[in-house]
Design a protein around this ligand. Structure first.
Ligand code: THU
Length: 136
């Protein structure tokens, strides 16, 4: 099983636990860090709609809780064969923890539908280096 297959399996499993009663759009995400650690997350909606959180956000929070890291690859599995690409806010969240070669894939349970670099997802991004030139 490739690294991507393993992430898709984790994201699909996370999607099973999504709490998406309002949108009916369950999403799972999984990531692997440069250090080889893996984390997953699902979307968690709320009756107060704006408080909902995305699957990518949950996976990143799990990574940070476990000590942080640099994302090597992140996959998103949505509810259909339409690629579920990260929302604008999550593009920025992924960018915060991305390295120069971070890959993001929108997948279904069977494999990747779309593969992008973080720079393609969020060109000319504002990031840590804007606040501290010594950072990436
Ligand atoms: N959602 C995600 O969790 N990730 C994405 O990449 C796009 C959208 C969630 C947010 C909300 O709970 C539902 O999908 C519909 O927008």
């Amino acid at each position: 099983m490739t690294r991507t297959d393993e992430l898709i399996r984790m994201a699909t499993k996370a999607r099973d636990n999504a709490y998406a009663p309002y949108s009916g759009h369950p999403v799972g995400a999984a990531l692997v860090t440069e250090q080889g650690r893996t984390f997953s997350g699902c979307n968690v909606e709320n009756a107060a709609y704006p408080l909902g959180c995305c699957a990518e956000q949950s996976a990143i929070s799990a990574m940070v809780l476990a000590g942080g890291g640099v994302i090597r690859e992140l996959v998103v599995v949505g509810p259909s064969d339409e690629p579920c690409t990260p929302c604008g806010g999550c593009r920025q969240r992924i960018r915060e923890f991305a390295g120069p070669d971070t890959i993001v894939r929108a997948c279904n349970e069977r494999g990747p539908l779309l593969t992008m670099t973080v720079d393609e997802l969020l060109p000319e991004s504002f990031g840590p280096h804007n606040l501290n030139p010594r950072k990436r």
